[in-house]
Design a protein around this ligand. Structure first.
Ligand code: 5RP
Length: 223
């Protein structure tokens, strides 16, 4: 039987959650397994409250019996569990493959502990093979795309069913193919400086507390 490495890593991360915590829910096929496991624990009597990084995750959480609370009711998040598209050797991340990078970064930034769950295929030496998602305003989006391209990547608008992909925040995503991002902090600052850029999918290692990786030999490593 083939073991689901995403599930393995995600369920390990759920062990970090304690009764009574405020939990941030990530987005994507790995975070999905964490949400399902949290749902099981809630059914067993665990009392946690959650905030979600996307409408999709909010729906999965509600279906799983997890209470979603408004941000106005909390001061911070105890722990957020989320996936990643790439993790480099210094634990910088590319995120946003699922289009939720802005809300994901807000959750990560406001969490006491940010735990990243991946299968081993996400581990890379240097970021950049996965196109970096950048959320941009629809207003004057062609100008913004032009400046993204000038930053050393090939940037294209993400499409869904032949139409522009629209985020939960009503924005567009530009997927920026760099091939290699050797200095994530510098690229991040450079992209932020472009008016029209709302958020980048670069999550610098200063934001990350733990990375839990599932390996093909069915082991888990906490990095
Ligand atoms: C969504 C994300 C996801 O965490 C990332 O795309 C990884 O997804 P998956 O767990 O499905 O491989 O950033 O915006």
């Amino acid at each position: 039987m083939q073991v689901n490495l995403k599930k393995l890593a995600a369920e390990k991360a759920v062990e970090y959650i304690e009764d009574g915590m405020i939990v941030g829910l990530g987005t994507g096929s790995t975070a999905y397994w964490a949400i399902k496991k949290i749902g099981e624990k809630v059914k067993e009597g665990f009392k946690i409250k959650a905030v979600a990084s996307s409408r999709e995750s909010e729906d999965i959480a509600k279906e799983s019996g997890i209470s979603i609370i408004p941000f106005s009711e909390i001061e911070s998040i105890d722990i957020t569990i989320d996936g990643a598209d790439e993790v480099d050797s210094e634990h910088n991340l590319i995120k946003g493959g699922g289009g939720a990078l802005l809300r994901e970064k807000i959750l990560a930034y406001n969490s006491k502990k940010f735990v990243v769950v991946i299968d081993e295929s996400k581990l890379v030496g240097t970021l950049g093979r996965f196109p970096l998602p950048v959320e941009i305003t629809p207003f004057a989006h062609d100008f913004t795309l032009k400046h993204l391209n000038e930053a050393g990547c090939v940037a294209t608008f993400r499409k869904k069913d032949s139409k522009d992909y629209i985020t939960d925040n009503g924005n567009l995503i530009a997927d920026c193919k760099f091939n290699q991002i050797t200095n994530p902090a510098q690229i991040n600052a450079q992209l932020y400086a472009i008016p029209g850029v709302v958020e980048t999918g670069l999550f610098l290692n200063t934001m990350v507390d733990s990375i839990i990786a599932g390996y093909a030999n069915q082991t888990i490593a906490v990095l």
